[in-house]
Design a protein around this ligand. Structure first.
Ligand code: HAM
Length: 408
């Protein structure tokens, strides 16, 4: 039995090389999103539950995955899109200008049963563009997500894409699915049997083999209206123009109910059963359902922890450039050097544990610095310093004046 506190299952402590990797991912994402003209926003972790009820009450995250604050109608946000739309509507932002592009980086929370890649707290890099129905924007949003992954060195991913059409098309699809799957109900998994009444679209992307076989047996036929079909063809046309390859996946529906028209997922076979490292699509009715006017939106979110699984552990970035080591009795002289270096703007460290020189040198290896400066009896007596260049494995005697020239 554990008798000491542990991290909550489905959460991750970030430290050491994980922090470097996290920072690298967010820096790359920020650079690319700003390049494409997206403005960073930082919204609260707490939201009213009703914000997410607009996502669709039969959506998994609303039905069973929201972390509620006890006794209040407040939740830990499970995703960013509905929240950005709440922020957009609350501040009447369409009155300021017709078109907005936002991005956010922050934690999301879902009460899912934790497993590899499926966490209770995880980080999103999300982007949302509000105010345009142009098919080029759908393609461009996919381009941004794929540029971030490419810049991070992740190549082995697949883009799956589909169109759900407008709300009327989705209704036709829903009805057809209900009709066609009614007589096969007994063969569906227990979850899909429940979905058949409430949210039959989700049966299309059920991971259970028997449900997938049933989906293959049925012919849904064309259900997109002319205008939605044209929109989708144009999105694919612009993806071609932007040199982005895709797989048309007619059964891709996504777990969030607000999507209309384009839906997509970016997957990797290296991720196991939770194979999506990013996903998104259009949500042309969400602003209206949140109480705003008829304004379309499109966006994506990348999961940082899943991206981290795809990236090899990075070498630890040195926390400091110089480590000042001393022989017993020369701590004050070492502090003098430490302050001298820090005042010159050079990140420098010293040992806070009164250890032997050998132990200090071992520690400097561990934290990974470029240089070690050693001070002791001989150095003080003859007015020099010993400088070890850890990158070149060189050691030399230098004067205080030369120290900076060697290090910088
Ligand atoms: P989502 O598919 O729920 O979409 O999440 C996006 C990505 O976040 C997933 O592809 C996955 O990489 C990561 N993710 C989701 N759930 C978990 C989890 N439990 N543990 C670890 N990683 C996870 C959305 O949230 C939409 N808001 C995306 C969007 C933005 N659509 C339009 N704009």
């Amino acid at each position: 039995m554990k008798d000491f506190p542990q991290h909550v299952k489905g959460t991750i402590d970030f430290f050491s090389s994980r922090v470097s990797l996290f920072q690298e991912i967010t820096e790359v994402a920020r650079k690319i999103l700003k390049f494409f003209g997206y403005e960073e926003i930082i919204l609260p972790i707490l939201e009213e539950s009703k914000v997410f009820l607009k996502v669709g009450e039969f959506t998994d995250i609303v039905e069973k995955q929201m972390f509620k604050i006890e006794g209040k109608d407040i939740v830990l946000r499970p995703e960013g899109t509905a929240q950005v739309v709440r922020f957009f509507v609350e501040n009447r932002l369409w009155k300021e200008k017709e078109f907005h592009k936002f991005f956010y980086i922050g934690p999301m929370f879902r009460g899912e049963k934790p497993q590899r890649g499926r966490l209770r707290q995880f980080y999103h890099i999300g982007a949302e563009a509000l105010g345009s129905n142009l098919p080029f924007l759908d393609a461009e949003i996919i381009k941004i997500a794929s540029d971030i992954l490419k810049e991070l060195g992740i190549k082995d991913v697949k883009l799956k894409i589909n169109s759900l059409g407008c709300q009327q098309d989705k209704e036709i699809l829903r009805k057809r699915l209900k009709e066609k799957l009614k007589e096969k109900k007994e063969r569906l998994c227990s979850i899909c049997q429940k979905r058949l009444d409430k949210n039959p679209l989700r049966i299309l992307d059920c991971k259970e083999k028997r449900c997938q076989e049933i989906v293959e047996e049925i012919d849904i036929g064309d259900f997109l209206c002319d205008s939605c079909q044209k929109h989708f063809e144009k999105v694919l046309h612009y993806l071609d123009k932007l040199n982005i390859s895709y797989i048309y996946s007619p059964t891709l529906v996504r777990g969030l109910d607000y999507y209309t028209h384009t839906v997509f997922e970016i997957t990797s076979s290296h991720l196991g059963s939770q194979d999506a490292c990013g996903a998104g699509g259009r949500y042309n009715s969400l602003v209206r359902s949140m109480g705003g006017p008829d304004i379309p939106g499109v966006g994506f979110a990348l999961g940082i922890e899943r991206i981290m699984l795809l990236l090899k552990e990075k070498k630890k970035v040195p926390s400091s450039k110089v480590f000042v080591a001393y022989t017993p009795g020369y701590f004050d002289k070492a502090v003098e050097i430490l302050n001298f270096l820090r005042e010159k703007g050079i990140p420098s460290q010293i040992s806070y544990l009164e250890k032997s020189l050998k132990a200090q040198l071992r520690f400097s290896h561990k934290i990974g610095v470029d240089f070690v400066v050693i001070v002791g009896e001989e150095e003080v007596k003859n007015n020099f310093l010993t400088l070890k260049d850890m990158r070149k494995s060189l050691q030399e005697k230098v004067s205080w004046e030369d120290l900076l020239n060697r290090i910088c």
